[in-house]
Design a protein around this ligand. Sequence first.
Ligand SMILES: [Zn+2]
Length: 670
Amino acid sequence: MTEKSGQGRSQVDLLLRGGVVLTMDPARRVFSPGAVAVRDGQIVAVGLERDVAARCEASEVVDCVDQIIMPGLVNTHTHMPMSLLRGLADDLRLDVWLYGYILPVEREFVNPEFCFLGTLLSCAEMLRGGTTCFADMYYHEEEVAWATVQAGMRAVCGETVVKVPTPDAATYEEGLRYCADFLEHWQGHELITAAPAPHSVYMCTPEILRETTELAQRYRVPQLIHVSETKEEVEQWIEATSMGPVRWLEEQGVLETKVVAAHCVYVNAEEMSLLARYHVGVAHNPTSNLKLASGVAPVAEMLEKGLAVGIGTDGCASNNDLDMVEEMRLAALLAKGFSGSPVAVPAIEAVAMATIYGAQALHLDHLVGSLEVGKQADIIVVRLDETYAVPRFETTGMNIYSYLVYAAKSWDVRHVFVRGRQLVRNGELLTIDKEEVISQAEDLARRINRFFVEREKNVLDKLVAIGGLKRQETFEVQAKGILQSEEAFRKALQHPDIHIIRHTSRDQYDTYFIFDDPEQGWLRYREDHVIQPDGSVEPIYFLTLTGPGKEDVYEGSIVLSRARYTAPADRSLRFYREYFQPKEEREIIKHRERYHIRYKGLDFAVNLDRLLKPASRDLFVEIKSRTWSQRDALRKAKLITELLRIFGAQPEDMLQREYVDLFSETGDSE
Ligand SMILES: [Zn+2]
């Protein structure tokens, strides 16, 4: 260029020229052929190519003929490191997936290296598919932030805080401290917004939310939270607090901050208005909601109410990829199918959700989301020369958006820039060594795989893996026999050596899981309906794993049983069924009168059992006691023999088997 021809032209770093420029600005202007000029990472000119090119002298020119120049895609909700758990366990219910697989593997494997590597793997995938900015919620968020900076991407990095121990915090106080340090450290960074991420109302306490809210206010950053993802979660919340999660969040003062609410599947009109009033950003995650069968968010209504609804992929463990082009298409299609209206969420709105609305949802729209002078140069270039891009019409002004939403593929993205820096050129990653990241991810996957193969072999390991159960064995001496008469039993209770300490009456609904390998023993889920003195019933739920067979037999019929692991069953029978996948299930229902007695200075439990399913005319007596040593067991066995005689059970009526085994051959005898 001569001095003369350069007169009146400004020097820029980068000029993208010749393509169809989708600005996504408030007027949704499109320039074709258009151009975008960038200086110092900022957009300095956008317009028709002939206007922009005439005004600019560029150090680097990228020819974008037959391509779309548009804002980088904004992924408003993900869990970056979880790409390392992609495909680990699919087609499961949320609780089985989370408590059975994800949490155990997170406890075992998630550390700073895991988070750094997982984030790089995710960045590589996202960049290749045109995503330039994302909002993350995970642990060791420092690592997520560093990996993101290495990749050159922009992100809101949310350090997750929950009320239970996490891979980076033994207590929530520790989690909050990590969060505060993290926010302090990354203040004012040009690419990273460090944010608190209280997981959800049900995984947090009011104190946690108070603290994260204060942090968000002090550092003027967003806070990220899952809101109303499943129906059960919302129903339980209403039951516990008499208000919906959105109202509750308002009451806690959380909505005063810049909130990004992921999911919002179950929000009613009133809640939508509330979210809009507080400018809460919504992250809609179509694939994740579909895959986990959570439901479909009322996106069209939320947009109508003026809510900033962006699109998110959610984590790779529930998606299983990070393809924003696919999510954009799903968002448009799902809204139509769900509402029964083909005009719901038209293509241009879906593109807006993936760009400018997403930026608004993350409270970053002053920086990104559209191609406007003064904004950051987060730009992608998408090819238009594949068969599925042909032919091209310009009939309604919407054709180009339709192409992007209904036909384009993520791999059509050719170039990616963040703050004017090129991160992808002709589909090649410039900041991430893809082969190296893949090989490290595969190494880790082999270790995780071994962990699961080992665990799946053993019912006890599986039980321990879901928590709530310590590896603690108990030993029990017990005897069971058919009772000659109830009268004799009642009379025996008056025996001068027998002192009744406590008496309860209960109906017990037992489900036994039987496994292929008899060495695994069996697992019993018990619903114990304790009948209160006033006749009301108070159910308690227990899970017991009993080792196979008997350990030892004393006195001819007293069994010493080993390896009984008992824990409160805090999940549903359905959960355990889907998690353990037993070969067979057997149901035993009985009415039990339980007497806690003292006999010759030792404590015993004496049960008078009447079997209801399978029904039996016989009455059974069961006497048992916990034991700790061989000597103690022998002594108790002797006393149990005496007691059996007192209660009127004859030696020939003794049974060495559990009820579940008694009826296994005959099946139900109802
Ligand atoms: Zn999520």
